[in-house]
Design a protein around this ligand. Structure first.
Ligand SMILES: [Zn+2]
Length: 375
């Protein structure tokens, strides 16, 4: 791997960590603010309960004062009743006394109501006070935690920033500038190339580009997403592992329902040994034929209605061997009249693997069903 790319990979790690730390530092005050808001709500609730309790107290005093007034009035009526001359006057005073007594009972009822209310209010105030206390403690702890984490994060940030500065200095200026510009817009400035694909934007690489990236002789940039390519052989699915039966290892089986299917025919008319590739697409299928040893295309692309199994039954004889392999239709078009040598190598290896497997099957006298399953 190019030293610049190696350093860019390290820089990417540093950039990611710096961003994570910055986000964390920014998020902490927000968390504290949420609890503070809750705390303000509880405080308002407590104040409301307290002022309601105060209102009850005022009401109770008012009703008690009313009762005192009424009692005073009654004793005044009683005094007057001693001096009345007529029966009518006496009756009128008695009526006034009865009315005042009734009023006293009404006020007493109200006082009782208030007393019942006071109990409920006291409970409300106590609950709000307890909640406030708990939330105050919580917020103090949160704030303390936030202070600690922020301090730790700041320390880590300055370490990462120093590391980042060091890394940046070791990278060619042009590449660094490109990387940072793409990273700013796309979140990442590097993209791994794996299985012929840009992992940043999923675009397939042209075989030549792919080989250049693998060779790692110069910095290459994705034409589609502008990220700087890197290649890690450890992450690549090795074709040999995928296709060939290494001693004791089974060859991968091609999927029966795959939209693209490669076949080998040893006996294809005048051409002899050929490779055939079929593609199902939108109710039609296409066929391309290549000479097996050179990879040169024989004839043009033939399009027929239906899936390839329905459309080209005459091709799929018992001698046809189903191969592993899938390439993007666009890529196959780009090959032109010849299969690229790396692709051809893979197909040849698969043919060898099938033959080896068949031999092994015969040696171990397996069932014919298993042999045909390989087709
Ligand atoms: Zn890309």
């Amino acid at each position: 791997m190019l030293p610049d790319i190696e350093k860019l990979l390290e820089l990417q790690v540093a950039d990611k960590e710096i961003r994570r730390l910055q986000d964390e530092v920014a998020a902490l005050p927000k968390r504290v603010a949420v609890i503070e808001q809750k705390l303000a709500g509880t405080k308002a609730q407590l104040e409301k309960a307290q002022s309601a309790a105060k209102g009850d107290e005022t009401n109770r005093k008012k009703f008690e004062a009313n009762i005192k007034d009424l009692q005073a009035r009654i004793s005044k009526y009683r005094d007057q009743s001693l001096d009345v001359k007529t029966n009518e006057q006496y009756k009128a005073l008695l009526h006034e006394i009865q009315f005042a007594e009734q009023e006293i009972r009404l006020n007493e009822d109200r006082i009782l109501e208030v007393m019942v209310n006071v109990e409920a209010r006291e409970k409300q105030v106590k609950a709000a006070e307890a909640e406030l206390k708990a939330e105050t403690a919580e917020i103090e702890k949160e704030k303390e935690d936030a202070r600690k984490v922020t301090a730790e994060d700041q320390k880590k940030l300055s370490e990462w920033n120093a590391k980042r500065d060091g890394l940046r200095q070791g990278i060619s200026e042009d590449i660094l500038r490109h990387y940072e510009r793409v990273a700013k817009f796309r979140g990442t400035g590097l993209a791994e190339v794996r299985d012929h694909k840009c992992m940043g934007c999923q675009v397939m690489l042209r075989p030549q580009t792919y080989n250049e990236v693998r060779n790692g002789e110069k910095v290459m940039i994705c034409e589609s997403c502008s990220r700087v390519y890197y290649y890690n052989p450890a992450n690549e699915v090795k074709p040999e592992q995928e296709v060939v039966t290494v001693t004791g290892r089974k060859r991968a089986r091609p999927k029966a329902d795959a939209p693209q299917a490669w076949f080998y025919r040893p006996d294809y008319g005048e051409e002899g040994e050929v490779l055939l590739v079929y593609t199902n697409s939108g109710g039609n299928s296409t066929r391309r034929i290549y000479e097996m040893h050179t990879g040169r295309q024989v004839g043009g692309v033939l399009l027929r209605e239906g899936t390839y199994r329905q459309a080209f039954p005459e091709d799929l004889t018992d001698a046809a061997l189903r191969l592993n392999g899938h390439w993007d239709e666009k890529e196959i078009d780009e090959w032109g009249s010849e299969i690229p040598s790396d692709v051809l190598d893979l197909l040849h290896k698969d043919i060898l693997a099938i033959r080896r497997e068949h031999r092994a099957h015969k040696d171990h006298s397996t069932t014919p069903a298993e042999q045909t399953a390989a087709r």
